[in-house]
Design a protein around this ligand. Structure first.
Ligand code: AP5
Length: 217
């Protein structure tokens, strides 16, 4: 099964993707994570996109479509279900994803829109921290680690980082990009009969339950 998690920054796409990977053995394809990896390994592309990402703007369609194409062409991932997290984000990306899936004989099963209001997003983004060892995502208030400074998932000690674009200025730009470039995808996938919605304001478990209900329908 191949699905898209669609929602504004901080909607919980990454959090729910990690759970689906663990519980359903799916593959998370997060263009944000791929770009951050390119950036920290110092590739030419990573250096090019760093300032764009920090400011909260979108990286070019060409770059992100290339990243997804590379993953979908990886024979090691044949037969796995994909979670597209943070991709597509523009109509051009959505068309390109459709063409890529067609060319590989794959199809899209669900597009799940995660709805969260803007006030909640600010609190989520400014409280987020991530384990740099395993990528587990936490929050100062809604999802703290069980033991202070120790990752619940991998046990790494004092390995937490906060993203450079997780500040109110970048968030404003990211939200603008979401409403301007990405929200038209809601109508695009609705017209294709693929759209489902969940209330992203619920607890992490409640959102997970709504997603499971859609995937097992
Ligand atoms: P990306 O990494 O995709 O960031 P984003 O879309 O802004 O989404 P986030 O990762 O910020 O949020 P999320 O929805 O995953 O929330 P999370 O689960 O972490 O993109 C970053 C940048 O890369 C872009 O700005 C752009 O520059 C570039 N880029 C990436 N893809 C691109 C593309 N396709 N095209 C062009 N450019 C692209 O949760 C957030 C916090 O809330 C966490 O602390 C979590 O613990 C907490 N939380 C989650 N769920 C709940 C809940 N239900 N209740 C309470 N707290 C919760």
């Amino acid at each position: 099964m191949n699905i898209i998690l669609l929602g504004p920054p901080g909607a919980g796409k990454g959090t729910q993707s990690h759970r689906l990977v663990a519980e359903r053995d799916m593959i998370q394809l997060s263009t944000g994570d791929m770009l951050r990896a390119a950036r920290s390994s110092g590739t030419a592309m990573g250096k090019r996109v760093a300032a764009v990402m920090d400011a909260g703007n979108l990286v070019t369609d060409e770059i992100v479509i290339g990243l997804i194409d590379e993953q979908l062409s990886n024979p090691a991932l044949d037969g796995k279900g994909f979670i597209f997290d943070g991709f597509p984000r523009t109509l051009a990306q959505a068309d390109a994803l459709g063409a890529l899936l067609d060319s590989k004989g794959l199809k899209l099963h669900h597009v799940i829109e995660m709805r969260v209001d803007d006030d909640a997003l600010v609190a989520r983004i400014t409280g987020r921290f991530t384990c740099s060892n395993c990528g587990a995502v936490y929050h100062d208030e809604t999802k703290p680690t069980k033991k202070h400074n120790v990752c619940d998932n991998c046990g790494a000690v004092e390995q937490f980082t906060r993203r450079k674009d997780d500040n109110e200025d970048s968030l404003r730009t990211r939200l603008l990009a979401y409403y301007r470039d990405t929200s038209p995808l809601i109508g695009y996938y609705y017209a294709k009969g693929l759209l489902d919605r969940v209330d992203g304001l619920g607890s992490i478990d409640a959102v997970a339950g709504e997603i499971d209900e859609i995937l097992t329908r």
